[in-house]
Design a protein around this ligand. Structure first.
Ligand code: SF4
Length: 318
């Protein structure tokens, strides 16, 4: 099966004034098949959000390839081509407080994309807004109200309705539950899972801890300072983590997961994440890794398939 999203050697660098180059995403490759969810996890600043935003063209890529439905996204030039991509590849943002315009009614927020894409004209549009609100667990009376009248969880439901309004195939879920109360998080995850099944959606689901992505992801990529350091099926990653950073992330999950046999090799995560500005050759996890050798300090490890579908970048495994 050809992937819906194909990302190859993607780089996104930012020039930071007086400091140098921030390599937020540095040579990242992955595929996402139709109907699949790829989780992307890592600590703050690891590049996961930048990666998601670059994939949907909110940021221009510095280099590398992004293909969507077999088309090279960088070659989409005409207004029609860009519209086609924007309609099919949507994003749900992390902060449901900042991402909704406080001056617009919920109905207008949800309808905006349809207007931009000339979808559901006339009175069909408001009918579609009502349908979407009910799909995400709200009701049609909510269309005339403003975002500040809603709780965080409800606002995220509005954000989801807005993303769905243009009938996308693919959605980047950019930490959609991180800003919500723990009690609400499961509800929003369950909603996303149900919508995926009902509408046949494909997700890139970004989160900062592995426990959050476990239940929603078919496969998970672990990011550290701009690199994917491990990529495997969700079950394999939990059962058989190989990269010292993945093991450390799993050690950091506070409540032991009965499905996950804690191996003796799990290591606590100590020390600070280094700076991704002007970083040199070598493994970026080296300063926090108890297995680091001279080779780790000078040679950047490459992502390598160690078992079918299980990729790791670590000199220990070469
Ligand atoms: Fe540790 Fe070296 Fe592996 Fe990096 S390459 S994770 S420093 S052992």
């Amino acid at each position: 099966q050809k992937p819906m999203v194909h990302v190859e050697h993607l780089k996104k660098y930012f020039q930071v004034r007086k400091k140098g180059i921030l390599k937020a995403v540095d040579d990242v490759s992955f595929d996402i098949c139709a109907g699949e969810t790829l989780g992307l996890v890592g600590e703050s600043g690891c590049g996961k959000t930048t990666c998601g935003r670059t994939v949907v063209k909110l940021y221009p890529a510095t280099s590398g390839t992004i293909e969507f439905d077999g088309r090279d996204v960088s070659q989409l030039k005409t207004k029609e081509e860009i519209k086609w991509f924007k309609k099919n590849a949507q994003i749900i943002f992390q902060d449901p407080y900042a991402s909704l315009d406080p001056r617009m009614t919920v109905g207008d927020i949800v309808a905006e994309g349809m207007k931009n894409h000339d979808l559901y004209p006339g009175k069909e549009r408001m009918e579609r807004v009502h349908e979407l609100l009910s799909l995400v667990g709200l009701n049609k009376e909510h269309a005339n109200r403003f975002p500040h009248e809603f709780s965080g969880g409800q606002r995220q439901r509005i954000g989801i309705a807005r993303a769905l309004a243009v009938d996308p195939k693919f959605i980047v879920c950019d930490e959609p539950i991180s800003a919500l109360d723990v009690s609400i998080q499961a509800q929003v995850v369950n909603l996303l899972v149900r919508l995926q099944k009902e509408l046949g959606l494909t997700y890139l689901f970004i989160a900062h801890d592995l426990s959050m992505v476990k239940h929603i992801s078919d496969r998970v990529g672990v990011m550290y300072m701009g690199h994917i350091v491990e990529l495997a099926s969700s079950a394999e990653l939990y059962r058989n983590p190989q990269h010292p950073y993945t093991k450390a992330l799993l050690s950091a999950i506070p409540v032991p997961d009965p499905e996950f046999e804690r191996s003796k090799t799990l290591i606590p995560l100590e020390g600070e994440v280094g700076s991704p500005i002007n970083c040199k050759e070598g493994c970026r996890f080296e300063k926090r890794c108890k297995y680091a050798t001279e080779q780790c300090r000078s040679v950047t490890p490459q992502l390598r398939e160690i078992e079918a579908g299980h990729y790791v970048s670590c000199h220990l495994l070469n």
